[in-house]
Design a protein around this ligand. Structure first.
Ligand SMILES: Cc1cc2nc3c(=O)[nH]c(=O)nc-3n(C[C@H](O)[C@H](O)[C@H](O)COP(=O)(O)OP(=O)(O)OC[C@H]3O[C@@H](n4cnc5c(N)ncnc54)[C@H](O)[C@@H]3O)c2cc1C
Length: 304
């Protein structure tokens, strides 16, 4: 969303092993780092954010498990080395390191003609963020295709592979509290390439029509409320019905396309965004009685 200040420390590990070492080194100094993916669902306060931020953007490989290989094995190979060990055609798994982008994984699956990720078309960010947030929408959620997740246990500093059955993902929450996602194995379904491509194009077109995808935003600000309390209305519809689309604070404005998006017109501060979020919550509570809860993640120095 291009608001907020600077990190006191920013570490950019080049592979999962470096991330683990960086995490454990910070913990030995008594610091719990924050993990930054693509920043597509995040608002960071103005000024200097104290502590350590570990950015995952260099951990961007997408691999196919080699013939007979358990993808929970070492993930240190590069795509180049895989050219010599072609995987079996019926193994439709992809291993995505946490910094692989969501559009990159959707593209890889589409090129292979594999189905299951089309619903993520047009969602920005990285696989670590998609796993932690259970990114998705009306055409499905990321966790629908997750087979296992390689995580770093935040307290013990130990790396583990969590099978799907051990995880409890829910709406916009991958249930990854207490873990750093190092990478995710997805299992996709056979499909016809032209059909997968057609679905991706259709969903992208729809998203471009209804969301401000080319503007600076952090995605949906609020979670959709329980339909029984909101009369079936989404958070965006509630904001719109309550007159919230007219609200702004500085350069932070509610999108005219979608009531659940705040966009930065150019010079908004994080403080503008935080104030506008509270204004919208107050307005919706007052006019409809619904208490909206915030989906977007907020980072402040005082949280640590
Ligand atoms: C235009 C636009 C459209 C969007 N549309 C959608 C949509 O349709 N559906 C949807 O669900 N979302 C949508 N989003 C929100 C966003 O794309 C998703 O939430 C995405 O999964 C965020 O990924 P990220 O890597 O950017 O995460 P970040 O914003 O970097 O981080 C989000 C949270 O995940 C944590 N996190 C990140 N990486 C890791 C990791 N490796 N391990 C543990 N925790 C981690 C962070 O600490 C933070 O708490 C949209 C955003 C924009 C800007």
């Amino acid at each position: 969303m291009r608001v907020g200040g600077r990190a006191e420390w920013l570490l950019e590990p080049a592979n999962p092993e470096e991330l683990v070492r960086a995490w454990n080194a910070a913990r030995e100094l008594g610091i719990t780092p924050r993990i930054l993916g693509g920043g597509a669902n995040l608002v960071i306060e103005d000024g200097v954010l104290e502590g350590v931020v570990i950015a995952t953007s260099r951990l961007r490989y997408i691999l196919r498990p080699a013939a007979g290989e358990d993808p929970s094995g070492e993930w240190t190979r590069t795509p180049e080395s895989l050219q010599h060990t072609p995987p079996p055609a019926d193994d439709r798994r992809l291993v995505a390191w946490c910094g692989a982008t969501i559009p990159g994984l959707v593209r890889a699956a589409t090129e292979l003609g594999w189905s299951g990720l089309e619903g993520l078309a047009g969602v920005p960010g990285q696989i670590g963020g998609a796993t932690a947030m259970n990114a998705g929408g009306r055409w499905g959620d990321f966790w629908d295709v997750v087979e296992s997740v390689r995580v770093l246990d935040c307290d013990s500093g130990v790396v583990r592979d969590l099978p799907r059955a051990e995880c409890r993902p829910s709406y916009r929450d991958g249930g990854m509290r207490g873990f750093v996602v190092l990478g995710t194995v997805v299992r996709l379904a056979p499909g016809a390439k032209h059909e997968v491509q057609a679905r991706v194009s259709e969903y992208l077109q729809t998203k471009r029509r209804v969301q401000p995808v080319t503007e600076w935003s952090a995605g949906c600000i609020f979670k959709n409320p329980d339909p029984s309390k909101s009369g079936g209305r989404s958070a965006g519809k509630l904001v719109e019905d309550c007159g919230g689309k007219q609200l702004s604070r500085g350069d932070a404005v509610v999108s005219s396309l979608h009531g659940n998006f705040i966009v930065n017109r150019g010079h908004a501060s994080a403080a503008d965004v935080f104030t506008l979020i509270e204004d919208l919550r107050d307005l919706v509570r007052e006019k409809s009685g619904v208490d909206l809860s915030v989906e977007v993640k907020v980072w402040r120095s005082s949280d640590r």
